[in-house]
Design a protein around this ligand. Structure first.
Ligand SMILES: Nc1ncnc2c1ncn2[C@@H]1O[C@H](COP(=O)(O)OP(=O)(O)O)[C@@H](O)[C@H]1O
Ligand SMILES: [Mg+2]
Length: 343
């Protein structure tokens, strides 16, 4: 039965699919929290939730123009809401020492290639979002599969003994590939397949809702890797062209922000893929900068640009890292999975 607000209007629930048993309660909580902001009544709160603004953080990082364009709220109200969200957020001041202590929890998942690991400072890190971007066939999905297997390994073998939540937006997930990669790593293939939770996102709102609703699932099932393959394709097809660029980027930024929050809270790794168009509709200058925009906005992140080399060899280039040295390495896609080149 659809929920009604005070005025008898339908309240659109944030659907959490199978990931959470109490989706409706969560929506109530979100609405309650939002209406605590000065200037936000139930109707406005409902509208904000409908467009994916479910946390103070998501509002605090928005800008008034975009918020107004996306939700249809007047710009003055949008500005007021953003300001109240910023005021509500207690920006925590920490010492550098405390921050260093927190970062000591960061763990790494092996990619299967020592070269690649080295490029990433030891592997794909937790508490961060790592983006693999490149053209079709450059190995983005293969990397996501490999990491879904490797996260299950014990720490001494480069894993976290965790499970994966795999959000598939293109229908390109291949279970038999998980099986062969697991066998090659000496894992029981049936167990390895059981440890990868797969969900197909059917549109961008669904994709957003899956992540918004994933909290309990992540905790309950020991998820240490969330893979979104691809993070951009649904947004691209639903918000085509330059005229939709601002709202598309805004939605993507919020989505990545929720992913990053999960990464930080549960000390897990987030890996997203982003396909570069060969004949892009919006593509200017250096592909490592322009493709899909800097989709992760201001969130700390690692971006890896992938391109083809000879045969099954691929080149990975780290771009825009906040603390790692930029560089390039070669790896190979083999029947066993991601490896260093053999010759
Ligand atoms: N079972 C396999 N054994 C060896 N190579 C594979 C296997 N499956 C896929 N590949 C290779 O992976 C590449 C495609 O990578 P993929 O990750 O699907 O690209 P994308 O970047 O488009 O996601 C192809 O070069 C393909 O040959
Ligand atoms: Mg792919």
């Amino acid at each position: 039965m659809p929920k009604k607000d005070k005025d008898g209007e339908d309240v659109k629930p944030v659907e959490s699919d199978n990931l959470s048993d109490d989706g409706l309660n969560e929506v109530d909580l979100v609405l309650e929290k939002l209406t605590e902001l000065p200037g936000v009544g139930e109707a406005t709160a409902t509208k904000l939730v409908e467009y994916g603004f479910t946390t103070y953080e998501s509002l605090a990082v928005a800008n008034a123009n975009e918020l107004s364009a996306i939700t249809g709220l007047p710009q003055t109200l949008a500005q007021k809401i953003i300001s109240s969200a910023r005021a509500q957020l207690k920006f925590t001041i920490k010492t550098a020492y405390e921050l260093e202590q927190e970062l000591k929890d960061v763990r790494r998942i092996t990619t299967g290639s020592l070269n690649f690991n080295k490029l990433l400072g030891g592997g794909v890190e937790t508490k961060a979002v790592t983006e693999f971007f490149g053209e079709f066939g450059t190995g983005k999905s293969q990397l996501a599969f490999q990491l879904s297997v490797n996260v299950q390994l014990p720490p001494e073998k480069g894993g976290l003994q965790g499970t994966t939540l795999f959000i598939d937006t293109e229908g390109t997930f291949v279970p038999t590939r998980i099986r062969s990669m697991a066998e090659a790593q000496g894992l029981n293939p049936e167990n390895a397949l059981q440890n990868v939770y797969w969900i197909r996102a059917i549109n961008s709102d669904h994709q957003i809702a899956i992540v918004e609703g994933a909290k309990d699932f992540v905790q309950k099932h020991g998820v240490r890797l969330i893979a979104v393959d691809s993070v951009t394709s649904l947004f691209r097809s639903e918000y085509p062209g330059r005229e939709n660029l601002a709202s598309r980027q805004q939605k993507l930024n919020l989505h990545l922000h929720s992913l990053l929050r999960l990464a930080e809270i549960y000390n897990l790794a987030v890996v997203v893929t982003n396909q570069v168009m060969a004949t892009p509709d919006m593509f200017y200058g250096d592909p490592t900068r322009a493709v899909g925009g800097n989709i992760i906005g201001h969130t700390p992140n690692n971006r890896v640009y992938l391109r083809k080399s000879k045969g099954q060899k691929r080149i990975a280039r780290l771009v825009d890292s906040s603390y790692l040295e930029p560089g390039e390495v070669v790896f190979e896609i083999t029947t066993q999975g991601i490896r260093d080149p053999q010759e």
